[in-house]
Design a protein around this ligand. Sequence first.
Ligand code: ADP
Length: 481
Amino acid sequence: MFEKLTKSIYIDGEWRAVNEQQTDTVYNPATLEPITKVANGGKKEAEEAIKAAAKAFPPWSEMPGRKRSHILYKASELMTEDAERLGRILTSEQGKPLKEAIGEVKGAAAFLLWYAEEAARAYGEWLPSSAQSKRMLVIPKPVGVVGAITPWNFPSSMITRKLGPALAAGCTVVLKPSEETPLSAVEIIKVFEKAGMPKGVVNMVTGDAQQIGNAMLTNKEVRLITFTGSTAVGKYLMRESSEHVKKLSLELGGHAPSIVFKDADIDKAAKLVLASKFRNSGQTCICTNRLFVHESIADKFTETLKEKVGKMKVGSGMEDDTELGPLINKAASEKVHSHMEDAVEKGAKVVSGGGYWEGNLNGHFYNPTILSNIDDDMKIMNEETFGPIIPIQTFHDENEVIQKANDTDYGLAAYIFTENTNQAIRASEKLDYGIVGINDVFPATPEAPFGGIKQSGIGKEGGHHGMAEFLEEKYVSIGIG
Ligand code: ADP
């Protein structure tokens, strides 16, 4: 599917490699076989990309929104038509089951469609003045050059969630995708190219994260950094961007609680908890990390979960019936295993699964696992696991469980399962999270504002809120008379 060397740097409308030697290998995480090599760019390429984006900013931002929207429509269409092939590329570099990958690509295209529509709708305001001799306008202006840094867990949708609104707003972009999954990013840039994006509006540099990030931080032209990734890197970007007072949009870690109340529909809730936990093998920032089940239904719920988890198929994402693909790399699987060992050492009981999957593939697979007898001091209850383990704790009353669910520095997503409307509303209001799902574990959609509070991040992706991140309000005061 790929040449030995894939040109993965795109600056001012030109594809480049750095040179034959300066490369990174992309591996298939299911087999650990190399797929291709991509360019390892650094400071020099990042600076050039920023320069190209700065040059392209005036014409792009001055273009009527409706014209920008035509290009985004076209890009969305091209991506949707090619979803099957793009899904295969995604699975080959990231590992998730092909069905999930194709779904992600279609979802990524849906973000472009949404922002194609929003591009023409950046409304300003005419303010009623308190003085008869004045008129006041508020005009939305694109912030300028955007640096976008994306992770490997959703290699396609994380890009369009950022680039869609940025481009719609009239910003130009330098993208740095994850070193683990540059190939989906290359394909998205090709889609933009085919859709007729003017040169310099979208640029991409793969390679040294520190150097590329540093160029974005130190160059005054970059006015906003949009980042999805670890809380540690997010904090670093926040600290370093203070020098030029850059705007930031950060989507960081999560530690989502799922609360199953006694009025839940057990079978439905179990299915949803599984979907939330095991999608992408648990490598999702909004996936359930802690499961609280009301004590009166805990045995039945655990049995139901166990039965379903026992049937889950682990394997290569390319096989039709696979439900759990590999983890992204060795460090990821070791972290998952350390959480499991820590829990077991401290008294947890393995209800199902446990340990590395020993199948016929070389990748870093982990068995879907359920643990019970969970204490608050276990690592799994305090850190993001990012893998396929469900720790089950029981609870007695609503206030107690809400307090536990909120007892974390994270605040991205939380889930409630109940058929009791009063309880659902009460609990959703008390949970300190940017997103609450009530009998729903798939809250990410182009029309809604996705984002965390507390140390899970700043800003929103999705909806008109997502485009507002890339706009600044200019106030024009007019004296007349
Ligand atoms: P994860 O642990 O999920 O890989 P990271 O925060 O390390 O999360 O990575 C998310 C993205 O941030 C990736 O594209 C990665 O290359 C990038 N990144 C990592 N370190 C830095 C840095 N110092 N400056 C800029 N980007 C970085």
